[in-house]
Design a protein around this ligand. Structure first.
Ligand SMILES: Cc1ncc(COP(=O)(O)O)c(C=O)c1O
Length: 380
């Protein structure tokens, strides 16, 4: 019988430590390797023992054949998109992470790549795949910051017979909660900066796949485009992932409780949490996600100033733009991640001035609850 996930995140991956007996793998801060070595390494842009250790743990967690690590989530996205060519059409979920949108619209569009933005929670999106037969479908589920949940299996049932590769950005869920490849996706992409590392002290990205050709393409992009991570960041992320199951368990329990607390407040319009029964795609979420994750998005019945003041009033939730670390964070998209987005697009996506996104950490639940309670008094 194969080992459990908590065992694999701690023990998986060769240490390359020779006969030293070291329990933790060393860091290999070298740019180059002597020709003809047993590991087959030549130059760190195209491979390093620390990359290989992390590749191996990530593939094991994702339950797939191959993982390729990159310098950041955006590097991983760049690696995938760089495999497309002029004139190709990518059908994208309309609520993708902002930097993914920026890459498509401000960088790859210059090279003739076309994108169409679709609401993948609507059945019409499936018809659009059949009508437009794009070169690729790009999804994120749950999405940022609205936590829309897309039925990945339903999308892949349409794309697979047509031979259309599907990319799922799995950063919010992680492979512990959701396995896109098992649901039919070609590539599962993650910003390892977030939950995988979990300590907000390194940047990284990864692409997981069972498709040998796509794996070759990812290895090529890593080296040809210079998208490789640093050995030190890989070492940090390898250390971080060892506690992923423990961290996520606490974070998800805290998030579910805070979602319920917020939903009961008079000044809350709605709460989005995938495993709450009032989530718009609750049925899909409970089918494809083993748990609800650790992000909670809330719409307050408050203006921009009041919402901003509430965010600032919190003691244990730092107002900051990342997510997935052990420390709780809060983000006000209207003035932070989506500040540059036009009012029209924000309105279309449903991002209003009272919207906030909580990345719930590992702190004691009672402290987080008390903190929320005192800050909510500002809206009384
Ligand atoms: C869903 C999602 N994908 C990709 C990224 C990009 O990751 P990175 O910041 O590691 O480049 C982020 C970053 O916030 C994200 O939230």
């Amino acid at each position: 019988m194969s080992e459990g996930l908590s065992t694999r995140v701690i023990h998986h991956g060769e240490s390359f430590a020779g006969d030293t007996g070291t329990v933790m793998p060393p860091i290999f801060p070298t740019s180059t390797f002597a020709h003809g070595n047993a590991g087959g390494f030549d130059y760190t842009r195209s491979g390093n023992p620390n990359f290989r250790i992390l590749d191996s743990v990530l593939a094991s967690v994702e339950g797939c054949a191959h993982a390729t690590v990159f310098a950041s989530g955006v590097s991983a996205i760049t690696a995938v998109v760089s495999q497309l060519k002029q004139g190709d059409l990518v059908l994208c979920e309309e609520n993708l992470y902002g930097c993914t949108v920026r890459l498509f619209e401000q960088v790859f569009a210059k090279f003739g790549l076309k994108t169409a933005w679709v609401d993948f929670t609507q059945p019409a999106a499936l018809e659009q795949i059949q009508a437009q037969t794009p070169a690729m479908v790009w999804l994120e589920s749950p999405t940022n910051p609205l936590l829309k949940v897309i039925d990945l299996e339903a999308v892949c049932a349409i794309t697979q017979p047509l031979g259309i590769p599907v990319v799922v950005d799995n950063t919010f869920a992680t492979a512990l909660v959701q396995r896109p490849l098992d649901l039919g996706a070609t590539l599962s992409l993650t910003s390892t900066t977030k939950y995988i590392n979990g300590h907000s002290d390194a940047l990284g990205g990864a692409v997981c796949t069972n498709d040998h050709e796509w794996h070759q393409k990812m290895v090529f992009s890593q080296k040809a485009l210079g998208l490789q991570p640093s050995p030190f960041d890989c070492w940090l992320i390898t250390r971080g992932i060892k506690t992923l199951p423990l961290r996520l368990k606490q974070q998800m329990a805290n998030a579910a409780a805070l979602a319920d607390q917020l939903a009961d407040h008079a000044k809350v319009n709605w709460v989005r949490y995938p495993h709450r029964s009032d989530h718009p795609q609750h049925q899909v979420a409970t089918r494809q996600m083993r748990a609800g994750g650790a992000i909670v998005t809330v719409s307050f019945n408050a203006c921009q100033e009041q919402t901003y003041a509430l965010c600032k009033q919190l003691r244990w939730f730092t107002m900051a733009e990342s997510l997935g670390g052990i420390e709780s964070l809060i983000c006000h998209p209207a003035t932070m991640t989506h500040a540059a987005v036009s009012a029209e697009v924000k309105a279309k996506l449903g991002i209003d001035d009272g919207l906030v996104r909580f990345s719930v950490g590992c702190e004691d639940l009672a402290d987080l609850q008390a903190d929320l309670e005192q800050a909510l008094e500002l809206l009384a």
